[in-house]
Design a protein around this ligand. Structure first.
Ligand SMILES: [Fe+2]
Length: 277
Protein backbone atom coordinates (compact mmCIF):
# COMPACT_ATOMS: atom_id res chain seq x y z
CA UNK A 1 0.00 0.00 0.00
CA UNK A 2 1.31 3.44 -0.96
CA UNK A 3 -0.16 6.72 0.30
CA UNK A 4 0.96 9.90 -1.48
CA UNK A 5 -0.16 13.48 -0.77
CA UNK A 6 -2.01 15.20 -3.63
CA UNK A 7 -1.51 18.77 -2.36
CA UNK A 8 0.36 20.24 0.59
CA UNK A 9 -2.78 20.63 2.69
CA UNK A 10 -5.57 18.37 1.39
CA UNK A 11 -5.90 14.99 -0.32
CA UNK A 12 -3.83 11.84 -0.69
CA UNK A 13 -4.11 8.91 -3.06
CA UNK A 14 -3.91 5.30 -1.97
CA UNK A 15 -2.57 2.69 -4.37
CA UNK A 16 -1.82 -0.99 -4.06
CA UNK A 17 -4.82 -1.89 -1.92
CA UNK A 18 -7.90 -3.88 -2.93
CA UNK A 19 -10.81 -2.85 -0.69
CA UNK A 20 -12.79 -5.96 -1.63
CA UNK A 21 -10.26 -8.02 0.36
CA UNK A 22 -9.79 -8.10 4.12
CA UNK A 23 -7.45 -5.37 5.39
CA UNK A 24 -4.90 -5.94 8.17
CA UNK A 25 -5.23 -4.02 11.43
CA UNK A 26 -1.89 -2.34 10.70
CA UNK A 27 -3.13 -1.09 7.32
CA UNK A 28 -6.42 0.04 8.89
CA UNK A 29 -4.58 2.15 11.48
CA UNK A 30 -2.37 3.66 8.76
CA UNK A 31 -5.45 4.55 6.68
CA UNK A 32 -7.26 6.12 9.64
CA UNK A 33 -4.20 8.23 10.44
CA UNK A 34 -3.88 9.26 6.76
CA UNK A 35 -7.57 10.21 6.72
CA UNK A 36 -7.14 12.56 9.70
CA UNK A 37 -3.94 14.02 8.23
CA UNK A 38 -5.03 14.49 4.59
CA UNK A 39 -8.86 14.86 5.02
CA UNK A 40 -9.50 13.29 1.57
CA UNK A 41 -8.31 9.81 0.56
CA UNK A 42 -8.65 8.67 -3.05
CA UNK A 43 -8.35 4.90 -3.42
CA UNK A 44 -7.50 4.06 -7.02
CA UNK A 45 -8.54 1.03 -9.09
CA UNK A 46 -11.42 -0.26 -6.96
CA UNK A 47 -14.40 -2.15 -8.32
CA UNK A 48 -16.86 -2.77 -5.51
CA UNK A 49 -20.44 -3.98 -5.76
CA UNK A 50 -22.80 -2.49 -3.13
CA UNK A 51 -22.35 -5.08 -0.38
CA UNK A 52 -18.55 -4.91 -0.79
CA UNK A 53 -18.69 -1.12 -0.50
CA UNK A 54 -20.69 -1.39 2.75
CA UNK A 55 -18.13 -3.84 4.08
CA UNK A 56 -15.14 -1.72 2.98
CA UNK A 57 -16.29 1.53 4.60
CA UNK A 58 -16.61 -0.12 8.02
CA UNK A 59 -12.81 0.27 8.09
CA UNK A 60 -13.50 3.90 8.97
CA UNK A 61 -16.75 3.84 10.95
CA UNK A 62 -20.43 2.98 11.15
CA UNK A 63 -22.90 3.75 8.40
CA UNK A 64 -25.03 6.91 8.77
CA UNK A 65 -28.62 6.65 7.45
CA UNK A 66 -28.89 9.32 4.73
CA UNK A 67 -31.93 11.61 4.82
CA UNK A 68 -33.44 11.56 1.35
CA UNK A 69 -34.48 7.93 0.93
CA UNK A 70 -35.63 8.48 -2.65
CA UNK A 71 -31.98 8.01 -3.68
CA UNK A 72 -31.45 4.72 -1.77
CA UNK A 73 -30.47 1.63 -3.78
CA UNK A 74 -33.50 -0.71 -3.50
CA UNK A 75 -31.46 -3.80 -2.58
CA UNK A 76 -28.84 -1.98 -0.46
CA UNK A 77 -30.52 1.10 1.10
CA UNK A 78 -27.45 2.07 3.18
CA UNK A 79 -26.05 3.20 -0.17
CA UNK A 80 -27.57 6.07 -2.10
CA UNK A 81 -26.71 6.97 -5.65
CA UNK A 82 -25.69 10.28 -7.23
CA UNK A 83 -26.79 10.62 -10.82
CA UNK A 84 -27.10 13.39 -13.39
CA UNK A 85 -30.12 11.58 -14.90
CA UNK A 86 -32.66 12.68 -12.27
CA UNK A 87 -35.06 15.61 -12.76
CA UNK A 88 -37.09 17.87 -10.48
CA UNK A 89 -40.90 17.40 -10.69
CA UNK A 90 -40.98 20.44 -13.06
CA UNK A 91 -38.64 18.70 -15.49
CA UNK A 92 -35.39 20.58 -14.78
CA UNK A 93 -32.31 18.41 -14.44
CA UNK A 94 -31.10 17.87 -10.86
CA UNK A 95 -27.32 18.04 -10.41
CA UNK A 96 -26.69 16.73 -6.89
CA UNK A 97 -24.07 18.55 -4.84
CA UNK A 98 -23.65 21.71 -6.94
CA UNK A 99 -22.58 24.65 -4.77
CA UNK A 100 -20.30 24.56 -1.74
CA UNK A 101 -21.67 22.58 1.21
CA UNK A 102 -20.96 20.01 3.89
CA UNK A 103 -23.19 16.95 3.98
CA UNK A 104 -26.30 16.70 6.19
CA UNK A 105 -25.31 19.47 8.62
CA UNK A 106 -29.03 19.74 9.48
CA UNK A 107 -28.62 16.54 11.50
CA UNK A 108 -27.85 16.81 15.22
CA UNK A 109 -24.92 14.43 14.58
CA UNK A 110 -23.84 15.14 11.02
CA UNK A 111 -21.90 12.42 9.20
CA UNK A 112 -18.16 12.60 9.89
CA UNK A 113 -17.33 11.30 6.42
CA UNK A 114 -18.82 10.76 2.99
CA UNK A 115 -17.65 8.08 0.56
CA UNK A 116 -18.22 8.15 -3.20
CA UNK A 117 -17.37 5.28 -5.51
CA UNK A 118 -17.41 5.97 -9.25
CA UNK A 119 -19.62 3.60 -11.23
CA UNK A 120 -19.93 5.61 -14.46
CA UNK A 121 -18.11 8.85 -15.27
CA UNK A 122 -18.36 11.37 -18.09
CA UNK A 123 -15.39 11.39 -20.47
CA UNK A 124 -14.33 14.76 -19.05
CA UNK A 125 -15.38 17.19 -16.29
CA UNK A 126 -17.53 16.48 -13.23
CA UNK A 127 -14.68 17.11 -10.78
CA UNK A 128 -15.38 17.38 -7.05
CA UNK A 129 -13.79 20.38 -5.34
CA UNK A 130 -12.82 20.41 -1.68
CA UNK A 131 -11.97 23.40 0.51
CA UNK A 132 -9.97 22.99 3.72
CA UNK A 133 -11.87 24.80 6.48
CA UNK A 134 -9.11 24.35 9.07
CA UNK A 135 -6.56 26.09 6.84
CA UNK A 136 -9.15 28.76 6.06
CA UNK A 137 -9.81 29.32 9.78
CA UNK A 138 -6.08 29.59 10.49
CA UNK A 139 -5.65 32.20 7.79
CA UNK A 140 -8.33 34.52 9.21
CA UNK A 141 -7.26 37.63 11.09
CA UNK A 142 -7.18 37.05 14.86
CA UNK A 143 -10.04 39.52 15.41
CA UNK A 144 -12.30 37.59 13.00
CA UNK A 145 -11.42 34.27 14.63
CA UNK A 146 -12.31 35.70 18.03
CA UNK A 147 -15.56 37.18 16.67
CA UNK A 148 -16.86 34.00 15.02
CA UNK A 149 -15.64 31.37 17.52
CA UNK A 150 -18.55 31.81 20.00
CA UNK A 151 -21.30 31.98 17.32
CA UNK A 152 -23.96 29.30 16.77
CA UNK A 153 -25.49 28.75 13.34
CA UNK A 154 -29.05 27.50 12.73
CA UNK A 155 -29.07 24.63 10.20
CA UNK A 156 -32.25 23.47 8.41
CA UNK A 157 -32.93 21.02 5.57
CA UNK A 158 -33.20 23.80 3.00
CA UNK A 159 -32.04 27.34 3.77
CA UNK A 160 -34.40 30.04 2.49
CA UNK A 161 -31.26 32.04 1.55
CA UNK A 162 -29.86 29.33 -0.74
CA UNK A 163 -30.08 29.75 -4.49
CA UNK A 164 -29.67 26.00 -4.92
CA UNK A 165 -32.81 23.99 -4.24
CA UNK A 166 -32.69 20.43 -2.95
CA UNK A 167 -34.97 17.58 -3.92
CA UNK A 168 -37.90 17.53 -1.42
CA UNK A 169 -37.82 14.87 1.29
CA UNK A 170 -40.38 12.04 1.05
CA UNK A 171 -42.96 12.24 3.90
CA UNK A 172 -41.58 9.15 5.66
CA UNK A 173 -38.10 10.72 5.82
CA UNK A 174 -39.44 14.04 7.21
CA UNK A 175 -40.31 12.35 10.50
CA UNK A 176 -36.70 11.55 11.33
CA UNK A 177 -35.05 14.74 10.02
CA UNK A 178 -34.99 17.59 12.57
CA UNK A 179 -36.63 20.93 11.70
CA UNK A 180 -33.57 22.87 12.81
CA UNK A 181 -30.36 22.28 14.77
CA UNK A 182 -27.73 24.61 16.22
CA UNK A 183 -24.05 24.00 15.50
CA UNK A 184 -21.01 26.10 16.35
CA UNK A 185 -19.71 28.20 13.45
CA UNK A 186 -16.22 27.10 14.46
CA UNK A 187 -15.85 23.45 15.41
CA UNK A 188 -12.92 21.52 16.85
CA UNK A 189 -11.96 18.27 15.14
CA UNK A 190 -12.30 15.47 17.72
CA UNK A 191 -9.20 13.65 16.42
CA UNK A 192 -6.77 16.32 15.19
CA UNK A 193 -7.85 19.09 17.59
CA UNK A 194 -7.79 21.57 14.67
CA UNK A 195 -10.45 24.26 14.55
CA UNK A 196 -12.46 24.69 11.33
CA UNK A 197 -15.11 27.05 10.04
CA UNK A 198 -18.33 25.01 9.88
CA UNK A 199 -20.25 26.70 7.07
CA UNK A 200 -23.04 25.48 4.85
CA UNK A 201 -24.77 27.96 2.52
CA UNK A 202 -27.54 25.53 1.52
CA UNK A 203 -28.48 24.72 5.15
CA UNK A 204 -27.66 27.72 7.36
CA UNK A 205 -30.78 29.79 8.00
CA UNK A 206 -29.13 32.30 10.31
CA UNK A 207 -26.85 32.90 13.27
CA UNK A 208 -28.35 32.79 16.75
CA UNK A 209 -28.75 36.30 18.18
CA UNK A 210 -27.56 38.10 15.01
CA UNK A 211 -29.81 40.03 12.68
CA UNK A 212 -29.81 38.72 9.07
CA UNK A 213 -28.40 42.11 8.01
CA UNK A 214 -25.28 41.25 9.98
CA UNK A 215 -25.29 37.45 9.68
CA UNK A 216 -25.74 37.04 5.92
CA UNK A 217 -22.84 39.31 4.85
CA UNK A 218 -20.62 37.64 7.48
CA UNK A 219 -21.48 34.17 6.11
CA UNK A 220 -20.87 35.35 2.52
CA UNK A 221 -17.53 36.86 3.49
CA UNK A 222 -16.42 33.68 5.27
CA UNK A 223 -17.46 31.53 2.31
CA UNK A 224 -15.59 33.73 -0.18
CA UNK A 225 -12.47 33.58 2.00
CA UNK A 226 -12.65 29.84 2.72
CA UNK A 227 -13.19 28.71 -0.86
CA UNK A 228 -10.18 30.57 -2.23
CA UNK A 229 -7.90 28.52 -4.51
CA UNK A 230 -5.17 28.30 -1.89
CA UNK A 231 -7.40 26.16 0.36
CA UNK A 232 -8.66 23.84 -2.39
CA UNK A 233 -8.02 20.35 -3.68
CA UNK A 234 -9.85 19.54 -6.91
CA UNK A 235 -10.48 15.86 -7.52
CA UNK A 236 -10.56 14.83 -11.19
CA UNK A 237 -12.30 11.46 -11.14
CA UNK A 238 -10.70 8.38 -12.66
CA UNK A 239 -12.52 5.10 -13.32
CA UNK A 240 -12.24 2.92 -10.22
CA UNK A 241 -11.88 5.82 -7.76
CA UNK A 242 -13.30 5.50 -4.27
CA UNK A 243 -13.00 8.78 -2.38
CA UNK A 244 -13.63 9.33 1.32
CA UNK A 245 -13.58 12.80 2.84
CA UNK A 246 -13.91 14.41 6.26
CA UNK A 247 -17.07 16.54 6.53
CA UNK A 248 -15.85 17.97 9.86
CA UNK A 249 -13.19 20.14 8.25
CA UNK A 250 -14.03 20.42 4.53
CA UNK A 251 -16.57 21.95 2.21
CA UNK A 252 -17.13 20.27 -1.14
CA UNK A 253 -18.97 20.88 -4.38
CA UNK A 254 -19.80 19.01 -7.57
CA UNK A 255 -19.44 20.52 -11.04
CA UNK A 256 -22.12 20.13 -13.71
CA UNK A 257 -19.65 21.22 -16.41
CA UNK A 258 -19.81 18.15 -18.69
CA UNK A 259 -22.00 16.80 -21.47
CA UNK A 260 -25.30 15.87 -19.78
CA UNK A 261 -25.93 13.20 -22.43
CA UNK A 262 -23.11 11.32 -20.72
CA UNK A 263 -24.05 9.48 -17.54
CA UNK A 264 -22.34 10.33 -14.26
CA UNK A 265 -23.33 7.81 -11.58
CA UNK A 266 -21.65 7.16 -8.23
CA UNK A 267 -22.50 5.25 -5.09
CA UNK A 268 -22.61 7.34 -1.90
CA UNK A 269 -22.25 6.16 1.69
CA UNK A 270 -21.90 8.28 4.84
CA UNK A 271 -20.36 7.45 8.19
CA UNK A 272 -21.72 8.47 11.60
CA UNK A 273 -20.20 11.48 13.35
CA UNK A 274 -20.30 13.27 16.70
CA UNK A 275 -22.17 16.33 17.87
CA UNK A 276 -20.05 19.24 16.52
CA UNK A 277 -18.27 21.11 19.35
FE1 LIG B 1 -22.37 16.57 -0.81
Amino acid sequence: MHIAALTEHTGAEVRGLDLSQSISEEARQALKAAFVKHHVLAFRDQSLVPHQLVQAVTLFGEIFPQHNTRFALPDCPQIHYLSNQDHFPDGRRYIPGEGWHTDHSNDSRPPMATVLHAVKLPSRGGDTQFANMAAAFDALPEATRARIAPLLAIHVYQSSHSGRKLMALPDAAKERVPNAVLHPLVRTHPESGLRSIYLNPIRIEGILGLDHKEALPLLDELLAHATGDRFQYRHAWQPGDLVIWDNRCLLHKANGDYDMDEVRYLYRVMLKGDVPR
